[in-house]
Ligand binder design. Structure first.
Ligand code: CP
Ligand code: NVA
Length: 307
């Protein structure tokens, strides 16, 4: 049975643990210039409907370091752009490639593609989730805090794809997640319901200070995700009091780490003082995309598994 990674919930808690341990190991080996070749000659197709720096480069470097290679596929240059259907494209690409990673506007596109593909499909960001980012965040929190269990995490800003994957991860990581969003931009009710049903410790409030109070991890993200650009003006007004400033951060635990999936909009969701400050771990967080995604490709290809 092929495995997909479309939601953070597509892996079990034991598999999450394995991914984090493997990523730590791969990170250490890379520093020593030791590279496993488990995916020798395997082709990763990368379909991007939207822009990317980190996802594209970390996946491309990652598959290459495992012995395989990547193909960057712009849907507009493929027959997809002329109306060839997702299911047919999925069937055909499955005959050439070993794994596909897709960044899409609509979550349904990656779901449909995976349904008709006979190879593993990875969600490299959709309007609903960004599960690869949350894997990197879990690795980063583990590195800095020793564990994710019982950690108090505040997510400040838009109830977006990154926020959704974080909420859904709560039951697996044991993190206590508080989201502070303006009333019109809270995470969806169905995500919260799901996160709670599976045992997540999650809550949504509207006061960023209350959310940050005592937090050990403070996370923010853009106020205007890709696809939301036509709402920019409205969003700037709604989010103006949700900026991660030194004043807001002063409510957090003195050891708190600050995270942002990047790209950052300095002066909007995060100030220069905070992103460049001593609590910020955003560059390690970005690097960790590489290590966790290498581990993820090993898991989905069957090169590693929980015993
Ligand atoms: N964080 C993240 O996914 O970055 P990119 O949009 O650059 O891939
Ligand atoms: N929430 C952002 C993440 C970018 C990596 C977006 O979807 O644009």
């Amino acid at each position: 049975m092929k495995r997909d990674f479309i939601s953070i919930l597509d892996i079990s808690p034991d598999e999450l643990n394995l991914l984090i341990k493997t990523a730590e190991c791969l990170k250490k080996e890379r520093k020593e210039e030791i590279f496993r070749r488990d995916l020798a000659n395997k082709a990763l197709g990368m379909i991007f409907e939207k822009s990317s720096t980190r996802t594209r480069i970390s996946f491309e470097v990652g598959i290459q370091e495992l012995g395989g290679f990547a193909l960057f596929l712009n849907p507009d240059d493929m027959q997809l752009g002329r109306g060839e259907e997702i299911p047919d494209t999925a069937r055909v690409l499955s005959r050439f490639l070993s794994v596909v990673m897709m960044r899409v506007f609509s979550h349904q596109t990656v779901v449909d593609f995976a349904l008709h593909a006979s190879i593993p499909v990875i969600n490299g960001l959709s309007d609903q989730e960004h599960p690869c980012q949350i894997l990197a965040d879990i690795l980063t929190i583990t590195e800095y805090c020793g564990t994710t269990q019982g950690k108090k995490v505040a997510f400040i800003g838009d109830g977006n794809n990154v926020c959704n994957s974080l909420l859904l991860s709560s039951s697996m990581t044991g993190m206590d997640v508080t989201v502070a969003s303006p009333p019109d931009y809270c995470p969806g009710v169905s995500i919260l319901k799901k996160a709670r049903e599976i045992g997540g410790n999650v809550r949504v409030i509207h006061d960023p200070r209350e959310a940050v109070s005592g937090a050990e991890v403070v996370i923010t993200d853009t106020w205007v995700s890709m696809g939301d650009e036509n709402e920019t003006e409205k969003r700037m007004a709604a989010f103006s009091s949700f900026s991660l400033t030194p004043e807001l951060l002063s409510y957090a635990s003195p050891q708190a780490i600050v995270m942002h999936c990047l790209p950052a909009h300095r002066g909007r969701e995060i100030t220069n003082e905070v992103i460049d400050g001593e609590r910020s771990v955003v560059w390690d967080e970005a690097e960790n995309r590489l290590h966790v995604q290498k581990a993820l490709m090993l898991l989905l290809s069957g090169a590693i598994s929980v015993s």
